[in-house]
Design a protein around this ligand. Structure first.
Ligand code: 6PG
Length: 240
């Protein structure tokens, strides 16, 4: 694993830097493989990145968009990560609908929907069962509790090693989430972390020793390139 930690002066600089990196990876992936696959993070931090991507003249017909996790709500629900990304980016660009691969949340059975998305990923990547596909880029955030995607502290989803998709659990609310091994197989994993509320979590994530199941983002140790983009308020005094 190759880890790069960059502390940017503020959120705007972090968004600009993340845009530069994502665009460079889009160009590289399309040159090498004819397409680019990205898994979006939810929450609030990445929204300006999605808005900025929508202003770029990108080859959207060659870009496939997934989500690293999703709240178990309908796609038009205010909490939906899909809804946020469509409003911030996808509704503003000429991306074919077939290039958008949302996590299914419309049923009444999160486990069945997780299995459904597992099958969708297997089909898209032509992945053999038990083999993990390589996303070009997986974007992630962290919570104040050091969760990432919907991998929350001391939940079963943290231990899933033989599946791509699991059912996460936030205070009893179901989520659909990428698993640790799927994230760790990505070519590039990029954390975007803003705000002093994330300092304590970052200190534990970067600590030489701490419990991985208490601070789940510690489990993200990809074989590829790991990026930590932090703003000054989050990472200013971090020993990296
Ligand atoms: C989600 C996200 C989650 C998010 C962190 C950080 O569905 O909420 O995937 O993991 O990245 O909670 O959220 P903020 O960017 O809003 O701080």
């Amino acid at each position: 694993m190759n880890k790069i930690v960059e502390v940017l002066p503020d959120k705007a600089a972090l968004i600009q830097r993340s845009l530069e990196i994502v665009i460079s990876k889009i160009t590289k992936a399309i040159e090498e493989r004819g397409q680019f696959t990205i898994a979006l993070a939810g929450g609030s931090t990445p929204k300006p990145l999605y808005e900025a991507m929508a202003t770029q003249n990108l080859p959207w017909d060659k870009i496939h968009v997934f989500w690293g996790d999703e709240r178990y709500v309908p796609p038009d629900h205010p909490d939906s990560n899909q809804r946020m990304a469509r409003q911030a980016m996808l509704d503003r660009v000429t991306i074919p609908e077939g290039n958008i691969h949302p996590m299914p949340t419309g049923g009444s059975n999160p486990s069945a929907d997780a299995d459904k998305h597992e099958a969708e990923l297997q089909a898209f990547f032509q992945a053999q069962v038990g083999k993990f596909p390589k996303f070009d880029v997986i974007l992630l955030g962290i919570g104040d509790d050091a969760h990432t995607a919907s991998l929350f502290p001391h939940t079963e989803a943290l231990q899933v090693r033989d599946r791509m998709i699991a059912v996460g659990n936030k205070d009893g609310q179901p989520r659909i989430t990428f698993t640790v091994p799927l994230i760790n197989h990505a070519r590039e994993v990029m954390f975007m972390v803003v705000g002093d509320s994330k300092r304590a979590a970052l200190a534990q994530i970067f600590a030489p020793t701490a419990d991985d199941f208490t601070y789940p983002a510690r489990l993200i140790q990809p074989r590829g390139q790991l990026w930590w983009l932090l703003d000054e308020s989050a990472g200013g005094d971090l020993k990296t």
